[in-house]
Every structure is written in C-alpha cells, then in structure tokens.
Design a protein around this ligand. Structure first.
Ligand code: AHR
Length: 326
C-alpha cells in the first residue's frame, strides 16, 4: 500500500495528540479503581539478608491474607534489573506497584514509566531523590523509617555511653541509597557538635556481611587505634565483629559495635555482650503497605511520608525485646 505524504502528516498529528493526551491524563497521580481484589507488584532490591527476607515475607503474607495477586521480583542487587522488573510489571498490567528503590536516582525512570502507564507507585522502605520525583505527584507516598533519625539516635547513645572510647570507623550502606545517605547524615551531624569524637574513616560495605567484614578488616589495619565501629546495618556489624576478632581484639570490650536494623541475631549479640546498641528499622511493611493502597483507592488523602516507629535496643532491654525482634 502506498502511504501518501498527507496520510503520514495526519498519522503524526494523531500520534502527537495521543501522547499529549497521555501526558495530560497522568500529569497528576494515576488513580486506583475500587475493587474487591487487586494484582499488585512488589519490586524488591535483593534477598541477601534477613531484613530483606522478612520484608518480602511480610508482603507475601499480607497479599495471601487479602486474596490479592502479588507479582514479586528480586533485582538481585542491580538497579538496572530493578528498572526492568518494574517495566515487566507494567507490561503485565498490575494495578499498583510497591517499589523498594535500591538507589535514590536510577529508579526515577521506572517511577515515571509506571505513572505514564497509569499505574500508581508506593515507595517502600527506601526513598528517591526528591528533586527528581515527588510524593503526591509522581508516586503516592513513601512508607518507611526516618533514616536520619536512626543515625542521630545511634550517635546520641554513643556520646552518652562511650565511656572514654572516641575513635570511630563507619561502615556505610549501599552507595547512593537513601538509608546510607541519611544514616550517615544523622550520625555525622550529631557528632559534629562533639569534637571529642573523631571519625577516623567511613567507607561502604554495601549493607552486606562479608563486604562489611572485609572493609572493617582493612580499616582496622589502617587505624589500629579505632575503638568504635558504627555500621549502617546488622549484617555489616556482624561482619565487623569477625574483623575485630581476626585483629585479636574483643568485640564489646576493645571495640564498641553499634548498628541499625534490630534483627534477632543482633539483639542476641547485645545479650552476649558483643554489640552495644542498635536502632531498630522494622522490615514488616505488609499490613501498612496494603492498607495504604486501599486508602488510596478509597480517595483518602495520603500524606507524602508515612514514617514507621523504630525501637532502640541496648543491654537494658535486649533480653526483654528478643522475642519481638524480627
Ligand atoms: O533500606 C533498609 C536497609 O536495607 C536495611 O537496613 C538493610 O539491612 C537493608 O538491606
């Protein structure tokens, strides 16, 4: 068939009108229809630690309890794969996507693609760069902990209880992720007002146990006078204990270990005297995540952030709290 120049111009005009309509239709958040049951996506970042496994189980249990279909993906520690996972959920026509964005910037195109396809997104546990995407405009809301406050609380506990220790090594989480950025900020800002504490070195251990161990070993060799290790999560703190022991030192005596997450293993290590204090970061998102989706479908106003309360564990309460740690 011969396509005339006039027909081509008409098609181009129609395509441009359609794309202008799509932009206009989803300049605001896409709605979620009221239904008895939904097909929703959960795009997980990785499954290499108990925190992630507990978060996934909480989402799967909640979907099963409500009779919703859950499309689950595991990005295996790759932001690029997580973007592809979200695109696959869009192609499968899910009603809504729960997204735990591995890093603050690389997942922005995925959020915008879901929005363009008319699928609302709820961010779980990690946030995105607020200069690039906003709650109430590009995604519905962020549900998670206040990571700056977590870092601040650990620093405050340390300043009060250090007992003469003062030379700190910091093991950061995944570079470019909101918990790594914010837990560092909360901690560093607090100790800036306490010059008797010195941050000797701060390096990423990627939220992973073995990476945390390796980085702690290297840092302890470079700074043998370090007497405090602040890890951005339990996994790296547990790795750091191995590094302290490999250096011939006693965790909990020669080196004070501080962490964030609060799983059963680390709470037991507080009871055992190897870890000093841990700020909780609950991974149990299921009920709140699904309740928020229903509230959104019902047309309720959703705040831009829904902050989870976090407990704090040290020797004074660890035995009592052990049973309720995830
Ligand atoms: O985003 C929360 C952090 O990610 C948790 O502290 C950590 O254990 C997880 O991988």
């Amino acid at each position: 068939m011969r396509i005339s120049r006039r027909n081509l111009m008409i098609s181009a005009a129609a395509a441009s009108a359609a794309s202008a309509f799509a932009r206009a239709a989803f300049a605001e958040l896409p709605p979620l229809a009221k239904k008895d049951t939904y097909k929703v996506g959960f795009a997980q970042t990785e499954s290499n630690n108990p925190w992630r496994l507990a978060q996934t189980k909480s989402m799967q249990d909640e979907a099963a309890a409500r009779g919703w279909q859950l499309v689950y993906t595991d990005a295996a520690g790759s932001a690029a794969k997580q973007v592809a996972d979200v695109n696959s959920m869009i192609a499968q026509g899910v009603d809504l996507i729960f997204l735990a964005p591995r890093e603050e910037k690389p997942l922005i195109p995925a959020i915008m693609a879901a929005k363009g396809a008319g699928i609302p997104v709820i961010l779980l546990d990690r946030n995105v760069d607020q200069s690039l995407a906003q709650a109430g405009v590009d995604y519905v809301t962020f549900i998670g902990s206040d990571f700056i406050e977590e870092g601040r609380r650990v620093a405050e506990w340390m300043v009060t209880n250090a007992g003469g220790k003062s030379k700190i090594l910091q093991l950061e989480g995944t570079t470019g992720s909101s918990p790594a950025n914010d837990r560092k900020k909360g901690f560093d800002d607090y100790i800036a007002a306490h010059p008797e504490f010195v941050l000797l070195a701060s390096q990423t251990g990627d939220f992973a146990r073995d990476k945390g161990r390796q980085v702690a070993e290297t840092l302890l060799q470079a700074h043998p006078d370090a007497d405090i290790i602040y890890a951005h999560n339990d996994e790296m703190a547990i790795g750091a204990i191995s590094a302290v022991e490999a250096a011939g030192k006693v965790a909990g005596q020669d080196v004070m270990i501080l962490s964030i997450d609060g799983g059963k293993e680390i709470v037991q290590l507080i009871i055992d005297g190897k870890v000093a204090a841990v700020c909780e970061c609950s991974p149990l998102f299921g009920p709140k995540a699904f309740d928020t989706a229903v509230a959104y479908a019902n047309g309720e106003e959703i705040p831009p952030k829904l902050i989870n309360p976090d407990r704090f564990f040290d020797a004074s309460n660890a035995a009592e709290m052990l049973a309720t740690a995830y």
